[in-house]
Design a protein around this ligand. Structure first.
Ligand code: NAD
Length: 357
């Protein structure tokens, strides 16, 4: 064992630890994806000069390429690639996973479960390399599904993950990977941060092709209806499902705060808004942005996920004196406008971020 396990009394319990130096190496795994790409962009904008961006997708398929970063194509489900990726890294952000919206995670449970390999190898490699901080992107799908059977169910607080009854496949992978993060701190002293994201949306994400999530899918469908003149929309489920949706800027701010809070070490925490809306209301907002009304058709056989889900933000407010607060109307407008530009580019024969998948 390389490092001695720390006693609980050795651990700082409060306060924001120092950020890394601008010349410290930071690794972002899953950097070709939506949140990872946005994180690399933000770190570069903040002046971090040594960024390593890793994803298994070929470079032309990355949603954002940040020229300041060293971009590597590596499959992080393989141990030797994880060792290469973390070399010299002071901080590691694990945002790599095989995932998508409900359509993907309900159909491809094995792919989702196999993401366990990524975190398992990456956290071990990070610990061996002497990484100071390790971030894991967990999900609200780790929560007990029995608590989410009603659209008006109460918001989920952190303790609701146990007794465990996570979403099949994807949710269990997140829960077990969280446990790795907790034990690497308890036994080996690697400082880990664990955020349970609730539906993140925004520009530079998947909006087409089967992995897109509800906000992007609904924006795209409304845009298609607007430009095709066929004024109808198909909605998965009966539209009464409830969710909360977090804009990417809030997500990035939360990642930074959680990663650098010593008091939250190895402690899963919700990262989402508590503004719960139905899918029907999400469609209302997208229609308002587009300035039209569509005939709604409900596909009751389509994947719909749990009936209701919201984030209880009591803990994050207490620990960070902050919670994600960008209203869905504001974030969806920016997302809609970006997807519409992508859509029109595609119509004009220009490549878009989703064409290459
Ligand atoms: P994304 O699909 O856009 O990005 C994930 C990236 O990981 C992809 O680019 C993919 O190619 C990469 N990847 C997959 N397997 C890999 C491997 N073996 N080696 C290297 N790279 C690999 O997803 P995202 O929305 O950016 O999500 C980032 C993280 O946040 C994921 O862990 C996801 O489970 C979690 N999360 C996201 C949301 C959300 O609403 N977007 C919600 C909850 C949790």
């Amino acid at each position: 064992m390389k490092k001695m396990a720390k006693n609980a009394s050795d651990r700082p319990t409060t306060g924001m630890a120092n950020r890394p130096g601008k010349d410290d190496l930071i690794l972002v795994a899953g950097a070709g994806g939506f949140i990872g790409g946005a994180l690399v962009r933000q770190l570069a904008d903040q002046g971090y000069r040594r960024l390593r961006a890793v994803d298994k997708k070929p470079l032309p398929h990355w949603y954002q390429r940040v020229p300041e970063a060293e971009s590597l194509v590596l499959d992080l489900s393989e141990e030797r690639n994880c060792r290469r990726a973390v070399e010299g890294a002071v901080e590691v952000y694990n945002l790599a996973a095989d995932m998508g919206g409900m359509g993907f995670i309900e159909r491809f449970r094995i792919e989702c479960l196999r993401s366990i390999l990524i975190n398992t190898h990456l956290i071990e490699a990070a610990w061996r390399a002497g990484t100071r901080r390790y971030f894991f992107s967990s999900s609200a799908c780790a929560y007990n599904v029995k608590l989410q059977e009603d659209p008006n169910c109460r918001a989920l607080k952190e303790s609701d993950a146990y007794p465990a009854f996570a979403e099949r496949g994807y949710g269990w992978e997140k829960l077990v990977s969280e446990m790795f993060c907790q034990e690497y701190w308890a036994e080996r002293g690697l400082r880990t941060a664990i955020a349970r994201f609730h539906n993140v949306y925004g520009p530079w994400g998947t909006w087409d092709g089967g992995r897109e999530k509800a906000p992007a899918a609904i924006c795209r469908k409304v845009i298609e209806a607007k430009h095709s003149g066929k004024h109808e929309i198909q909605i998965w489920g009966d539209g009464t499902q409830t969710r909360s949706f977090m804009y990417i800027d809030d997500c990035l701010k939360g990642i930074d705060l959680i990663m650098h809070s010593d008091a939250l070490t190895a402690t899963p925490i919700n990262l989402g808004t508590s503004e719960m809306i139905t899918i029907n209301e999400l469609v209302d907002i997208a229609e308002e942005i587009a300035g039209l009304k569509l005939k709604r058709r409900y596909d009751l056989a389509a994947p719909r996920g749990v009936a209701g889900r919201n984030s209880d933000n009591t803990f994050i407010k207490k620990m960070l004196n902050w919670e994600p607060g960008i209203p869905i109307r504001q974030g969806l407008k920016l997302t809609y406008q970006w997807i519409e530009r992508q859509y029109l580019d595609r119509q004009a024969g220009r490549a878009t971020v989703c064409d290459v998948h």
